[in-house]
Design a protein around this ligand. Structure first.
Ligand code: NAD
Length: 485
């Protein structure tokens, strides 16, 4: 029988009473591998209530005790990395190598949050006036919820959860309904191995409706969201209207810029990983490749040669560079985007639609697809979120900078060059949150915030590191004097 996923509420696994379940398919085989509940309002309320109750004690638990479970979790995740990575590949489609990489990143996030003891300290000023001192006390705020995207089912929720717990808040995760199994496994490990008081961390399954219930629940202090721009924009205003702290990391359309001096053979593996790794379903994936000046013609040829060589198949087959996209719906949308690209005059240089994976004829596979297209076309300007790339020639670095700054998104951009001056000019002038120099996937480490500007981010404090500590904690200011010596 197909596994029915459960919610983890108040330290207990609970079967949902919902009448609505969504099938989770293995994208490489189209087989149903689980059913995820679209939880009810009562279940959401129950999760919020237990998290609220747990907060009263957790906020006054010693800071070292609050971080202890995170040190343990690092080891537990390391010990179970392969097992979780296999589940991740089965539900998402990414290659096993990528899934292991994602697990490494997840572990690094938890390690990063172990330093919250240091980053969450208050300040003290003696003698702001005679015999008067002022200090700030950092305080947790209450219950926070995270609404997660499908594309990094293991890692993204852990951009937030470990810091929230360490600061003294309590946490509710709504996993992506498309890929909910990985967090189910991680929460099983938490339940089996960690000594966390009931209700400090909770998992509630569901889709848009559960997301909306969390945003409108008055007992939730804040929301962190990662997902598409349209949804993030709406959540940002709704949650703020409801008086909550909110930050939303959203969609992207990332530029890879190749300067005339770049060594094409050396940079190609990095570019392939950026554009086609995770089947292009990364918010940091390269999707627009620009060649500056005369290098363009050779760049186009070399890029296509390498793209044709990408091995596509079941992610658990370790030979593969690329797996399928996440769903039949996504594959259909990608086909339609490609059609639109052709209709609007884009030149299809490489068509991935006819790719065949012999052992898995029902999988949602799309091979690397490359257009020569122009700004102003939908295929060029919108986030496509698949292994589809647009290439174009640009005359100068100044033109590149103007084009990037005119783009609605501001998540990532990379320059390929060995010329420090050009790289500096590029970095200095572009309004982009994560900038790469000869690095095509600019994924910030746990001890830096995750960048993002323009329509790629709504809020002021970003995910990860000190930023998220500040998001999860408030400051109480105290000014004091003693009347007697
Ligand atoms: P999505 O916006 O469709 O869904 C994200 C989450 O929001 C899901 O859990 C979904 O159930 C929930 N949701 C959907 N509609 C909602 C609503 N109206 N109210 C409340 N919750 C709602 O995104 P996705 O397809 O799962 O993920 C892909 C997107 O995420 C891409 O656009 C990608 O660029 C973006 N992303 C951004 C970053 C970043 O750091 N900037 C990182 C990863 C992914």
């Amino acid at each position: 029988m197909t596994e029915r996923l459960k919610n983890y509420i108040g330290g207990k696994w609970k079967e949902s009473k919902s009448e609505e379940f969504k099938e989770v398919n293995n994208p490489a085989t189209d087989k149903v591998i689980a059913e995820v509940p679209l939880s009810t309002e009562n279940e959401v309320d129950e999760a919020v209530n237990v998290a609220k109750k747990a907060f009263e004690k957790w906020r006054n638990t010693s800071v070292t005790r609050r971080t202890e479970p995170l040190f343990k979790l690092v080891q537990v995740l390391k010990d179970n990395k392969e097992n979780v990575a296999r589940i991740l590949t089965k539900e998402h489609g990414k290659t096993y190598g990528s899934a292991l990489g994602e697990m490494d990143r997840t572990i690094q996030m938890v390690e990063g949050a172990c330093a919250t003891l240091e980053s969450n300290k208050g300040e003290f000023t003696e003698n702001i006036s005679k015999d008067i001192d002022e200090y700030s006390v950092r305080r947790p705020l209450g219950v926070f919820a995270h609404i997660a995207p499908f594309n990094f089912p293991a890692m993204v929720p852990w951009w937030y959860a470990p810091w929230a717990i360490a600061v003294g808040d309590t946490f509710i995760l709504k996993a992506s309904e498309q890929c909910p199994m990985t967090q189910q496994k991680i929460f099983e490990l938490i339940d089996d191995e960690l000594d966390l008081p009931r209700g400090v961390i909770n998992l509630i399954n569901g889709g848009k409706d559960v997301g909306e219930m969390l945003i409108s629940n008055p007992d939730i202090e804040g929301i962190t969201f990662v997902g598409s721009t349209n949804v993030g924009k709406k959540i940002y205003s709704e949650a703020a209207k409801n008086g909550k702290r909110v930050q939303c990391q959203t969609g992207a359309n990332n530029f890879l810029v190749v300067m005339p001096d770049a060594n094409l053979e050396k940079i190609m593996p990095n570019m392939m990983n950026s554009c086609f790794g995770n089947a292009g379903q990364r918010c940091l994936a390269g999707s627009i490749v620009l060649g500056v000046g005369d290098i363009y013609e050779t760049l186009e040829k070399t890029f296509i040669r390498y793209a044709k060589d990408q091995k596509i198949g079941y992610g658990l087959d370790e030979q593969m560079d690329m797996g399928p996209v996440v769903s039949k719906k996504s594959l259909k949308k990608l086909h339609s985007d490609i059609e639109t690209g052709i209709k609007e005059g884009g030149k299809l240089l490489l068509d991935g639609r006819n790719v065949k994976v012999e052992d898995h004829p029902d999988g949602y596979f799309l091979g690397p697809t490359v257009f020569n297209a122009k700004k102003g076309m939908k295929i060029f300007d919108e986030e496509i979120f698949g292994p589809v790339v647009c290439m174009d020639k640009v005359d100068t670095l100044e033109d590149v900078i103007t084009m990037i700054n005119d783009d609605r998104y501001g998540n990532a951009a990379t320059i390929y060059t060995e010329k420090g001056g050009a790289a500096r000019e590029f970095r200095n002038k572009i309004n982009i949150g994560n900038v790469g120099v000869n690095i095509g996937v600019v994924a910030p480490m746990a001890y830096y915030p995750f960048g993002g500007m323009k329509d790629s981010f709504f809020g002021d404090l970003h995910g990860q590191s000190k930023d998220i500590v500040n998001f999860f904690a408030d400051r109480q200011i105290v000014i004091r004097r003693w009347m007697e010596k």
